[in-house]
Write a protein that binds this ligand. Structure first.
Ligand code: GLN
Length: 304
């Protein structure tokens, strides 16, 4: 039996003492003032063990981590048809890259880069009755927690400065890969990214992907095959042009966000979430990457 508590505490202390904690994202002005000394880790195992260290109960902006939950909702709604509009190949490029879109006739490389997530947002907009309300309820249901909300200031802040996302959405529209208007799709997308959650809430939310599609209350939200597919996409595409590095160093499917969160999981075993707002050059949390590398090294638990 592993001493998870001791391992998490060791990793936490090492992270606190790190000299380079990365740089907080400032292209979304509302995120720029978050203190980069925040650091939290939370582990939840399928057999009921749960430990947290540091700021694991502080809400933060989940940003791109929301793309996984949006994808799972889209798959639950329309199944395999999702793949007619977005591919499943790693991009090897930053999350906001536009060039590939033009080369590939408006079919984004995968659903976890911005252009792909904007197409998924369009699908949700077409299939949910009250899109923003229904999506928030879906996240609350997955997490078994009604205390999760959009941060409207963050959504507004990104809307005011999200020029690249407007460019991506316009390009998608020009290739007829958006059904709804650019403004409506981006309004939904910016809200989706602005959801705030704590590390422990995120571990709960992603539990179903480690548990063959069944959430904490044992409700099936995806089939076993769909959960497998999302985990495969997280492994190959969850960290943009650092997906290879994450697989190499950590060896788990996972997803990062520019708010500094990372969720990773070992199917049938556990979900682990970290939060530290300082990012590395590729836009992934500096301490989070370090902490997860140490976790899989110390426990020898990875998919490999
Ligand atoms: N909302 C952010 C954006 O669209 C999400 C990016 C991220 O977390 N990598 O730019």
């Amino acid at each position: 039996m592993q001493n998870y508590k001791a391992i998490l505490e060791e990793i936490y202390t090492d992270g606190l003492n790190a000299t380079d904690k990365g740089t907080v994202a400032s292209y979304i002005p509302e995120l720029a003032h978050i203190d980069k000394n925040n650091f939290g880790i939370h582990l939840k195992t399928l057999d009921g063990i749960e430990y947290g260290a540091g700021n694991f109960n502080t809400p933060f902006s989940i940003q791109s981590i929301s793309k996984v939950l949006a994808l799972s909702k889209a798959m639950a709604l329309i199944g395999e048809s999702v793949w007619k509009r977005v591919d499943v190949e790693p991009s090897g490029h930053p999350f906001n890259q536009l060039a590939l879109l033009e080369l590939e006739n408006g079919i984004p490389r995968n659903p976890l880069i911005n252009s792909g997530a904007i197409v998924i947002a369009d699908i949700l907009l077409s299939h949910l009755k009250n899109p923003k309300e229904d999506f928030l309820n879906y996240v609350r249901e997955l997490t078994s927690d009604t205390n999760i909300n959009y941060n409207l200031e963050v959504a507004k802040s990104e809307k005011n400065t999200g020029y690249k996302n407007f460019a991506a959405a316009n390009l998608l529209k020009s290739f007829n890969n958006l059904v709804n208007s650019v403004d409506d799709v981006l309004d939904f997308y910016f809200h989706q990214c602005s959801i705030e959650m704590t590390c422990s809430q995120l571990s709960n939310a992603f539990f179903f992907l480690a548990n063959k599609g069944y959430c904490l209350t044992n409700t099936a939200h995806l089939t076993k095959t769909q959960a497998k597919r999302i985990n495969a996409i997280m492994l190959t595409c969850g960290f943009y042009d650092e997906a290879g590095e994450f697989a190499f160093e950590v060896g788990l499917p996972g997803k990062s966000g520019v708010g500094g969160g990372i969720v990773a999981l070992l199917p049938n075993h556990f979900v682990i979430t970290t939060w530290s707002p300082g990012l590395n050059k590729k836009g992934n949390s500096k301490l989070g990457m370090l902490a997860l590398e140490q976790f899989t090294t110390k426990t020898k638990l990875s998919i490999f």
